[in-house]
Design a protein around this ligand. Structure first.
Ligand SMILES: N[C@@H](CCC(=O)N[C@@H](CS)C(=O)NCC(=O)O)C(=O)O
Length: 301
C-alpha cells in the first residue's frame, strides 16, 4: 500500500498509527500540505484531501476506506471502519467531525501560526493560511468559536476518560474507534508540543499506549514508481453485487459533502451501501478505479 500523506495531517496519523499497530509494511509518498499536488491529482482525479492510498490501479480516498484496506490486508478485522454498529458509527462520526474541528479551532491561531512557521517556513505558512481560508468559505461544517471549541474538546476528553474502562475503548486491544479518538488529541498535542494539564490521567495513559504502536515499517517511494504501478496494474474486479445500480456505466461526479468539496469525474463502476467506485479512463495509466465512502460523499450526474 502506498500512502499519500504529510506529517502534520491528523487523518494521516490515524492511518500511520494503524499501520504501525497492524505491523504492516507500507510505502510512503509525502505530499505538500496544500495543493498543487500534481502527482496525486493525476491518480485521484482532483480529490483534494489527504490521506489517499494507492494499491496498483485502485485509489482509496478517505481514511475510512484506507482503514478498511488495512483491515483486509492484515486480517485485523477490528480495524474495519465500515460495517460498524450504529452506536460505534455515531461515535466515530462525532470524533471525526465535532471533535476534529474542536481540536483545530480550540488551538489559538498564534500557536498554529508559530508551529507552521517553524515547520514549513513563512512563505508556505502564508499560502497555507490562505488555502485553508478558501476551504472555510465553502465548508458546510459547524465551525465553533475558539471558546466553544475548547469547551467541546474538554467534554470529549472527559467522556473519553469515562469510556476507558480497559486499556483501550473496546477492551484489551485497540479497535477502529481508538484510532478515531486518537488523532484529534494527537493534533492538539503535537501543535502545542506538550501534554495539556486538562488531559485526564486515564486518557493520557491510553494516549501513550496508542502512540507506542509507532508507524510500522515504512519505506519511501517516488511518484514515478507509484505511477509505474498504476500503469502496470488493472483495477481489482468490482463484486457483482456492487454492479446492480442502474447508474453503473454512466458518467458521474463524486464530491465530499462537508468541506474541500472538489469533485472527481468518471463513470460509476460500483456502488454498495458503504462504497462508491468511479472509473477514470486516463491516457497516462489506462483505467483507474477511485474509491470513496458512501457516507459523507455526494454522487451527481
Ligand atoms: N474524512 C476525511 C477527512 C480528511 C481531511 O480532512 N484531511 C485534511 C488533512 S488531515 C485535509 O485534507 N485538509 C486539506 C488538505 O490537506 O488539502 C478522511 O477521513 O480522510
Amino acid at each position: 500500500m502506498i500512502l499519500y500523506h504529510y506529517p502534520m495531517s491528523p487523518f494521516s496519523e490515524k492511518c500511520r498509527l494503524m499501520l504501525g499497530f497492524a505491523g504492516q509494511s507500507w510505502l510512503s509518498l509525502p505530499c505538500p500540505e496544500m495543493p498543487p499536488r500534481p502527482g496525486l491529482d493525476a491518480l485521484a482525479g482532483g480529490y483534494r484531501r489527504i490521506p489517499v492510498a494507492q494499491s496498483g490501479a485502485d485509489i482509496f480516498c478517505d481514511s475510512r476506506l484506507i482503514s478498511d484496506e488495512i483491515a483486509s490486508l492484515t486480517g485485523r478485522t477490528s480495524l474495519h471502519a465500515t460495517g460498524r454498529d450504529e452506536e460505534t458509527a455515531a461515535y466515530a462520526t462525532y470524533l471525526e467531525g465535532e471533535v476534529f474541528w474542536a481540536s483545530v479551532l480550540s488551538i489559538p491561531p498564534t500557536t498554529i501560526i508559530r508551529r507552521l512557521w517553524s515547520t514549513i517556513g513563512l512563505r508556505k505558512t502564508l499560502r497555507f493560511l490562505s488555502d485553508r481560508a478558501g476551504i472555510g468559505k465553502t465548508a458546510r461544517v459547524d465551525a465553533p468559536s475558539g471558546k466553544v471549541a475548547a469547551e467541546r474538546f474538554t467534554r470529549y476528553l472527559d467522556d473519553l476518560a469515562t469510556r476507558l474502562q480497559s486499556d483501550f475503548l473496546g477492551g484489551n486491544s485497540p479497535t477502529y474507534i481508538d484510532f478515531c479518538a486518537y488523532h484529534p488529541l494527537w493534533f492538539k498535542l503535537s501543535v502545542a508540543q506538550q501534554m495539556a494539564d486538562t488531559v485526564p490521567p486515564a486518557v493520557e495513559a491510553w494516549y501513550q499506549r496508542m502512540g507506542a504502536f509507532g508507524h510500522g515499517q515504512r519505506s519511501e517511494i517516488t511518484i514515478d514508481d507509484a505511477f509505474a504501478t498504476a500503469r502496470e496494474c488493472e483495477p481489482r474486479s468490482v463484486p457483482e453485487a456492487e454492479r446492480v445500480d442502474p447508474r453503473i456505466g454512466s458518467p458521474v461526479t463524486v464530491a465530499p459533502d462537508d468541506y474541500a468539496l472538489d469533485a472527481v469525474s468518471g463513470t460509476l463502476a460500483g456502488l454498495s451501501a458503504t462504497r462508491i467506485i468511479v472509473a477514470r479512463e486516463t491516457e497516462e495509466f489506462g483505467r483507474l478505479h477511485v474509491h470513496f465512502p458512501r457516507s459523507g460523499f455526494e454522487i451527481s450526474g
